[in-house]
Write a protein that binds this ligand. Structure first.
Ligand SMILES: O=C(O)c1ccc[n+]([C@@H]2O[C@H](COP(=O)([O-])O)[C@@H](O)[C@H]2O)c1
Ligand SMILES: Cc1cc2nc[nH]c2cc1C
Length: 354
């Protein structure tokens, strides 16, 4: 068996015994029944994922996968492609949005070069940088496949290997992405898996105006026509209309799931990666937590398709792992509710009238 097959075989569904035990306790907490709503759902899910009534998430990491996209040649982004490599340097200096939010929640940030176009300098000995560069950017999916099937497998494999290595040090994962142009493949992936038309799953990415938005929708239509991806085959979808960082994110999710580690799925691009992961191994969905709802209009459609409900809705559209980082606070809160709140019996509080 190769690594991908082995990883898929190693993903077990969430533990129903611990999920039920958590539910029994949460049902009895000193508050009107289920009064902390989705936080209680989250607590139950975390118990099921980890097989524990007291999961520890002290060591947490955001893995920000970076890659470039040949499809930027079609004029789909507001920013030039060189921003990808420039932002990787910014991440490594600690000056990006994700660095500030990761510090807020005491998470480390690991930056992965999955296929950035420019040279990344000054990273020798940098503990938070991993190079798994497939090649400097995908091909233009507006005229043919973004990458080969072999490259798609390599990208997913890299993500799995990174998750496995980080699993020794971290108990909670968050996904992140950086790649100018990557909302275009993400929209194409969402269209391919959900069958929704491009106009419904395309957004403004970095902030394009109306004219460019209409052009982007046309480009996505062309991408789907030229490539005709088979939604029953995740490798076909990833290779034809994906990205190196999107494959890396899919692999990261699969690798974390195989180690029973919860993974906070960041925004639109991360969710495209999650769709690939769920298509490769449906059981991996048990370990995904949708961190937030991005401004991208296709995001909620993608989350619905996954059967996931986003925790936060803060009008964010940055990516990088920023939503995943913020949602770690809610994971902490959910664990405290499960472990620190007294039951009616423990606190001698009268229960509801029947
Ligand atoms: O995560 C999101 O929901 C999200 C929504 C819009 C844009 N982004 C970020 O913006 C970049 C892609 O935007 P674009 O317009 O170049 O396709 C990429 O670096 C993403 O991390 C991210
Ligand atoms: C500056 C900048 C930072 C980003 N971070 C994620 N996507 C981004 C896109 C741009 C343009």
């Amino acid at each position: 068996m190769n690594l991908v097959e082995q990883t898929i075989a190693g993903i077990e569904p969430a533990d129903t015994y611990f999920r039920n035990r958590a539910k029994e306790r949460l049902d009895m907490l000193t508050m009107p029944h289920w009064a902390l709503g989705r936080l209680m759902d989250l607590a139950m899910d975390l118990a099921g994922m980890t097989g524990s009534m007291n999961p520890k998430f002290d060591n947490r990491v955001i893995v920000t996968m970076a890659g470039d996209h040949g499809v930027t040649a079609e004029g789909v982004s507001k920013y030039p492609a060189e921003v990808t490599v420039q932002m990787v340097h910014n991440f490594l200096r600690g000056g990006a949005g994700i660095n500030a939010l990761a510090r807020t929640v005491k998470a480390d940030v690991v930056v992965v070069d999955m296929g950035v176009a420019g040279e990344i300098e000054g990273v020798e000995g940098h503990l938070n940088f991993v190079s798994r560069r497939i090649r400097p950017g995908t091909d233009n999916m507006g005229v043919g496949p973004a990458m080969t099937r072999e490259e798609a497998i390599l990208a997913v494999r890299a993500g799995i290997e990174i998750a496995h290595e980080l699993s020794f040090s971290y108990s909670l994962f968050g996904t992140g992405d950086m790649g100018i142009g990557n909302t275009t493949p993400s929209s194409a992936i969402v269209a391919a898996f959900t069958g929704q038309p491009p106009e419904k799953v395309t957004g403004r990415g970095t902030g394009i105006e109306d004219d460019q938005f209409l052009h982007k929708v046309e480009v996505i239509k062309k991408i789907l026509k030229v490539n005709n991806p088979d939604p029953r085959d995740p490798w076909d979808v990833l290779s034809k209309i994906g990205g190196f960082e999107i494959g890396g994110i899919a692999g990261l999710i699969l690798g974390a799931a195989s180690r029973r580690k919860p993974v906070l799925i960041d925004g639109f691009i991360s969710t495209a990666g999650a769709l690939i992961a769920a298509s490769i191994c449906p059981a991996s969905r048990d370990y995904m937590i949708a961190a937030h709802r991005s401004v991208e209009q296709g995001h909620i459609i993608a989350l619905d398709h996954l059967g996931a409900k986003p925790l936060l809705n803060l009008d964010m559209r940055l990516g990088e792992g920023t939503g995943a980082a913020l949602a770690m606070t809610l994971v902490d809160a959910a664990v405290r509710i499960l472990t620190e709140v007294a039951t009616f019996e423990e606190a001698s509080v009268s229960q509801a009238n029947v």
